[in-house]
Each structure stands twice: as structure tokens, then as C-alpha cells.
Design a protein around this ligand. Structure first.
Ligand code: ZN
Length: 155
């Protein structure tokens, strides 16, 4: 395992550091349609997601609101924030597709330009592949997402 340099800005780049310093979608929802939480006991990372559908009970309606709270290292906080931005406005099925694309990205699968366009800012997290010890941190919010999508009933 490589040790991490002192300056995380240089390491992770502007998009990740922006989402780490100014995480989006941290406001808790008053009446979520689904919630999911994941915890990594080895490093103390925690991600808690909430989802509200545009029309409650209809999982073919877009996810109108997402709340993403993450505790732990800079990477999990940036990943949760970017996830929330990426998922809001998508249907459950589209969010599941995005999650699969993101896993493909993090596994180093070659993705066509249309897939990269779909991922948008999420592509910035690919840099974490260089630090295998942080892959679990990146993926933890996505495990919570997939659990939340199952609870919404779409996958
Ligand atoms: Zn972490």
C-alpha cells in the first residue's frame, strides 16, 4: 500500500476536493420513501442515504430528493456527495444503471464516451483506483445506494 502524500488536493484533484469541502445534499428528508446506511468498522466510515420519489410509492417516477450523510475520510464524503448529485432526478432503474456504470469505472473497465458522459463528474473518482486502500471508501455509499434502491422496489 502506498502511503498518502501530505497534500490531498494534489492527490485527488479539484472535483473531489470541492465535494469534500462543500458536500451537497446533506439535509435530511422529512418523509423519505427509503433509507439505507452502511458502516465500515475497519476505518470508521459511515454513509447514510435517504430517497424521496416524485410520486410516493411509484418507483417509475424520478427520485426527487436525495440526502447523503457521510462520516469518515475525504473520499467517502466526496463519493457520497457526487453520488447524490448523480442520482437525483433519475428513476430507480436509471439510478441502478448509474451505479453499475460507476462500479465498472472503479474496476477499470473501458467505458465508451456515452457512458463517461452519463457518469459526468463521477469520473473524477476514478483517480482513487491508484490507492487500493481507499476503494472501499469510494464504494461504501454505493452499497448503501443499491440497498436503498432495493427498498424502493425497483431492482
Ligand atoms: Zn475511508
Amino acid at each position: 500500500m502506498s502511503s498518502l502524500p501530505d497534500n490531498p488536493d494534489a492527490l485527488y484533484g479539484d472535483v473531489i476536493m470541492d465535494h469534500y469541502r462543500n458536500p451537497r445534499h446533506r439535509t435530511r428528508l422529512s418523509s423519505p420513501d427509503a433509507e439505507a446506511e452502511e458502516f465500515n468498522p475497519f476505518c470508521g466510515d459511515r454513509a447514510a442515504l435517504q430517497f424521496a420519489l416524485a410520486e410516493p410509492g411509484r418507483n417509475d417516477a424520478p427520485i426527487a430528493a436525495v440526502s447523503a450523510l457521510a462520516e469518515g475520510c475525504s473520499i467517502i464524503q466526496a463519493s457520497a456527495s457526487l453520488l447524490a448529485e448523480g442520482v437525483q432526478g433519475r428513476t430507480v432503474e436509471q439510478a441502478a444503471d448509474l451505479s453499475q456504470l460507476f462500479r465498472d469505472l472503479m474496476q477499470g473497465k473501458p467505458l465508451p464516451p456515452v457512458a463517461l458522459a452519463e457518469l459526468g463528474d463521477l469520473e473524477a473518482l476514478e483517480v482513487v483506483r491508484q490507492y487500493p486502500v481507499r476503494i472501499k471508501c469510494v464504494l461504501l455509499p454505493w452499497v448503501a445506494l443499491e440497498e436503498g434502491l432495493r427498498r424502493l422496489g425497483g431492482t
